[in-house]
Design a protein. Sequence first.
Length: 540
Amino acid sequence: MEQTRKKLLVVADLGGSPPDLRTLAELADVYVYIPRPSAVTARYMEDVGRYAHGVLKERTACPPGGYEHPASVTFTGARPYTLTEEQLADRIAEAAVLFGADGILFGGAENIVLSVAKAAERLGLRSAGVHGAVQARGKLEMRQAFRAGGAPGPDFRPIYGERDLAAAARELGYPLVLKPTYLACSIGVTRLDGSRDPAEVFREVQASLGSSEEDRLLFGGECLFLAETYMEGCAEDWYGELAPLYGDYVSVEGMMVDGVYHPVAITDKAPQHSEFTETAHLVPSALDAEAQRIIVEACRLANEALGLRTCPTHTEVKLLKGRRVGIIETAARFGGWNIVPQLRDVYGIDMTRAWALAVLYGSANGLPPSALREAPSARCNLRLYLEDDARTQVGGAYVYAGYEREGLLPDGVRLAAEQELPVGSVVRRVAGQNAMSFVSTLQLEAERPQALAAAVRRIRSAVRLRLAAADGAAGLAAAEAPGEGAAAEASAGAAGLAAAETPGEGAAAEASAGARPAAAAEGEPEPARDGQPLQESFSF
């Protein structure tokens, strides 16, 4: 007797690495629910049309005349959510029932972690679980769970207002870190060193997060900020003579399957920009086996302390002096940027398949028996920011016209793909939102990760952006018109850095998009559904 084919619901929203639809279509019939049509690109919708058996768009987010999906979208470009966290859980559950889903997956959006868990739990489907999702979603609850479970981390205080921050500074001392409890991407994360009045800093951070107000719609917690003692990193004790090339923290991708933590791989980092802004992610890790063991065991303790059931995990770990570690935070979702596709490219691990098998069958068969370490090649995901140009200032707005490419890449390092903002784009350096001020995302590859780390340092120190102040302020040369002079040279590419690959019209402007998955090998047939080949998916 033929076994009934399983059905999967994918909740599509902006953020992080989405589960690959082609992989899912090989395992089950795929259906899609879209809470915010403005957060999903036209190109992704084309892929939905190829892969999915059905799609449901949130009616409260669509104007009467329908909605035209954008060619590209950023976190600041998508329209706000129209549903509360509880309402979104209801809608997801309704969609799952409508399509007869046996499991629910979602894009890497931090905002919908809890809503998906609530919907799945109501229907008796595997997920992170509501208890675990609550603790992974809110940073205060997360810290409390880490402390109760013995996971290493800083001291902390809940912050409800500016007086609480002043009290926390007196009790915990400086330096201190203030962070929103409901956001990701280091947005609003601020280091206090005692040189300014904490109340003044708190008011500034609150003001800077005004454009992120809609994210609170999907956050039910009362405490919106957290203060933590600053964990002083020590890359030297971990990377030795390579320390100048690396940051003092790493991330670890993993998977929870029925409450058991399965580590997948460690991703190294380049040194951060200001405001804790991430700059580059490198795989495989250059850390030795003992260092990786220490990190993985801390992640196991932290993720299991949260009570997570079945879900991906993305855990950030601070590397302290004496090879001690501190858990920065964890997330019950895929990591952002291009981290998950990089693991596939380097190790051959398909995280989407592993997640689907875990959700549908409670199986860990798609996961390695231990954290992956050895690989024949290395990959790096690097972003160029306005901050890379010393002429830019916080609060400034700039017209982007490319960057000088000559001689940026050393021998042995190749540009595999690039997603660059279109010439003429206006980019802003907003206080507290430095992570949103990038102009290009590069995918680099080499034989060894150390070569990529050195390349990142070289690019950071040598790159020069072509910018003009959007308001005509002095200090920046006027940008040349698109298609002429510098702009034409930027889009064509100079020797030393190949021209960027363009994955579809306008797609380069997409904040969360990674490089597209590699096409099937020549001569290798693609699986078909209803006579249509399953084509590669594109991040939304």
